[in-house]
Structure formats: C-alpha cells, structure tokens
Design a protein around this ligand. Sequence first.
Ligand code: SAH
Ligand code: SF4
Ligand code: F3S
Length: 445
Amino acid sequence: MRKKLFLQTFGCQMNERDSEAVEGLMLDDGFEKTAVIEEADVILYNTCSVRDHAEQKIFGRMGRFRRLKEANPRLIVGILGCMAQEHGAKFFKKNPDIDLVCGTGNLSQVAGLVREISESRSARLSTDKRLATDKIDDAYGLEDVRYRSNALKALVTIMKGCDHRCTYCIVPMTRGREISRNSESILREIKDLEGRGFKEVMLLGQNVNSYGKGLEEPIDFAGLLEKIQAYAPKIERLRFITSHPKDAHARLFQVMRDLPMVCEHLHLPVQSGSDRILRRMKREHIRSWYLGQIEEYRRLMPEGALTTDIIVGFPGETEADFLETMSLIEKARFDSAFIFQYSERPGTPAVKLKDDIPETEKHRRHQAALLLQRAISLEINQALIGKTVEVFFETESKKDRSRFVGRTRGYKRVVAFSETDCIGAFRLVRITGAADETLLGEIVQ
Ligand code: SAH
Ligand code: SF4
Ligand code: F3S
C-alpha cells in the first residue's frame, strides 16, 4: 500500500507553486495524495506569515497533532514555508509532535527529510536534523519539478525574495533576498508546459518587474515577456504578479499592449493614498507617482484591468490619511482591491512605530474602504453588460453542474450556462449580469 500525503497550503500563489512542487517530489517518492487528514501518513502544512490571522490558523491546527499521532504512531508532521522560516526550531518547543520544520529555500529536501525521519523512528533524530532553514538565500531550487496538479493553468516562479523593505512586511525575512532565475531555465519550463497543452501561465515573484537584477545576462521583465512570446507562442494567456509601482514603467505597459499572449491586467499594490503613510511604510513611491503610472497604463491600455492591495490602520494613520486612501480608491477606480487591516509582524521595522490604531477603528476603516471599492467594482462590471468577452473556462460551478466558471483576460470571474462541457475551452461570452466580484454571461460562440 502506498503511503498517504495530506498537504495543505496557506498564503500566496508562490506557496501554491511550492506546494505543488513538494507534492510532485513526494509522489515520486511513492506517496499518494489524500484529502482526509485522519488517513495520512505524512501531514504537511505550507504556511504564511504575512498577517497574524494567517499564523493563528496554523497554530490553531497544531492542537490536533497529538490525537492524530495517537491514532497513527508512525505519522509524520511537517511545517513548511514562511512560518517555518520565521520561527524555525521554536516550533519543536511549542509542539513536540512536530517532526519537521522546513523553510522556503529548503523545500527540495522535504521528501528526503521525511524518508530519514521515517527510517529513524525508534531513535528519534535530534531537532537540528529535522530543521532545514539554511538555504533561504540560495538560488531557486524547484525548477526541475515538472509535476502539475492543474492541467490548464501553470504557475511559474521567475524570482524569489524581495529587496524592498516596506516597514510592515515580513516577506523579506521569510523569502530572503531577491534572486532571479535565469531566462533559459524559465523558457525551458514554459516550453515544456506549452508542449503539454497548458494554455495559461502565471509568472510569480514578489516584484516581478525588477526581474533580471543580478543576472549576468542583460534582461529585464519586459524582455522576459518578449522572449516567452517568441519561444512559446501557443500559450494563450500570460499573467504575472506582483508588480511594484516603483519599477512599473511605460516600457512594461507597451510590451503588455503589444504581445498577444500577455493579459490586459496589472496588479499594482498601492498600500495607501497618503504620502505621509507611504513614507512611514518606506514604500519608495508617492501618491502622485502612482497616479501618474496608472494614467500611463490606461493611456496605453484603455481596456486593461487594474487591481491593487491596500492596508488600513497602519501605525499613525490619521482620519485625514485614511481619507486620502479613500480618495485614491475613487480616483484610481480599481477593478478590485484586496484591503487588509494592518497586522503587526514581529521583527519588522514598523514594530517601532507602535500599532496605535484601535481594532475597532481599523475595522471601521476596513469596512468603509471595502464598501467604497465594492460599489466601484460593481459599476465597472455593470458597464460590461451587453459586451462580448473571451472567457477561459476552468471549472464547473459547485452548485449547478451545467454552469461553468472561467476568467476574462482581465481576470474577471464569469459564470455561464452550457449544455456541453467547456472546461479548458476558450469561448466568446456575452455579459448579461454583474455583481461586484462575478459576471454572468451567455456563451455566443
Ligand atoms: N510583494 C507583494 C506583496 C506581498 S504581501 C508586493 O509588494 O506587492 C501581499 C499584501 O499583503 C501586501 O501587498 C500588503 O497589502 C499586505 N500585507 C503585507 N504585510 C502586511 C501586514 N503586516 N499587515 C497587513 N497587510 C499586510
Ligand atoms: Fe513586502 Fe514590500 Fe517586498 Fe512587497 S515589496 S514583499 S510588501 S517588502
Ligand atoms: Fe505569505 Fe510567504 Fe506568500 S508570508 S504571502 S506565503 S511570501
């Protein structure tokens, strides 16, 4: 009987791709997947540290390990990813049932470590042999894993780490310094995906538009997009996240406009509309620069979608600062926005600024910003009613199996009725209805 792996992922798409690669390596090692935690021989959590809430979800799950181990004494439990990198050996003290702690740079070792732990069960390995967090600043180590759990869309990590130092952010501590993969390795991976029939590729990095920094070859992010277009032209949709406003220039927008495969969607986190707060965040951009960049984006790509991330309740944020964020939301007219309440992260520079906005006030600002953004998203989506757009269908609706769910090139979610299975197909869809996060449509062709 094959051993069973239960693997759950928290956090961003980079974690999703990391988990997929770890899963591939585990399957190569003879495991099969299970969605039932009680059946598992190995439980792995790939974790996120970005906000306290994300960490609490993991800490909340740790209480179950005892009971699961009583039921299966050979069970191996591992914590992977950003929290593993951040807390390291402290996990072993916090919960002695944890067998393995493996950071973001050591993930290619997971299968080997699991094997060693399982072979030495009776004489339990010392904690230092079960801790792997030392490779955070090494080059990306998962480029050779071909395994994919989704047959339609592929995530491709093109760089790791972050050299910015936004004062609220823990990512530089959990992902290390910025390292770009060489373009040859990326192109090889995407060519392989093209050959296997993948239609959509999403490029991943904390700051994709500083891609190329530190590489010997003279290449920038726009240049990488051009190479992908030329080398793997059968990929129909190429997306990327995330871009930093500081390095999002007209050349990128031009390339987005000119390359057929690059989707008309830019995710450009602004974080705040107040220059005073942006300075305290060390964001390296100011309000007017941001608004100027998006004006340029819209000039070159009038139909392009624009989304963002926003933090409310950053230390020292006054009502006036918050209103500047609200007015930026109105001016920018984002298609959608992820809006977060500030969460203090241990070890980040913002700890010194003191988390001084009361929870109730953060909550109020959060709700107000969400409400405003929802109204704008709804208006933008309603304006699409009657238009015909291309949709790539990815799944069927859970509620009704004759309804299919897909995305436009601008990453808007569309639900449409179809008598025949259209998963994996591109269809022209006439938009007939709109909510703030979803469009309804009729397939016309
Ligand atoms: N590299 C990406 C962001 C990664 S984190 C970028 O710079 O765009 C994703 C989002 O989480 C951030 O854009 C920010 O809005 C939010 N975030 C990060 N740290 C946070 C914190 N301490 N509290 C609340 N939100 C945070
Ligand atoms: Fe964090 Fe800023 Fe780097 Fe994004 S750019 S990962 S918010 S430090
Ligand atoms: Fe979270 Fe790490 Fe991604 S902190 S957002 S999983 S980079």
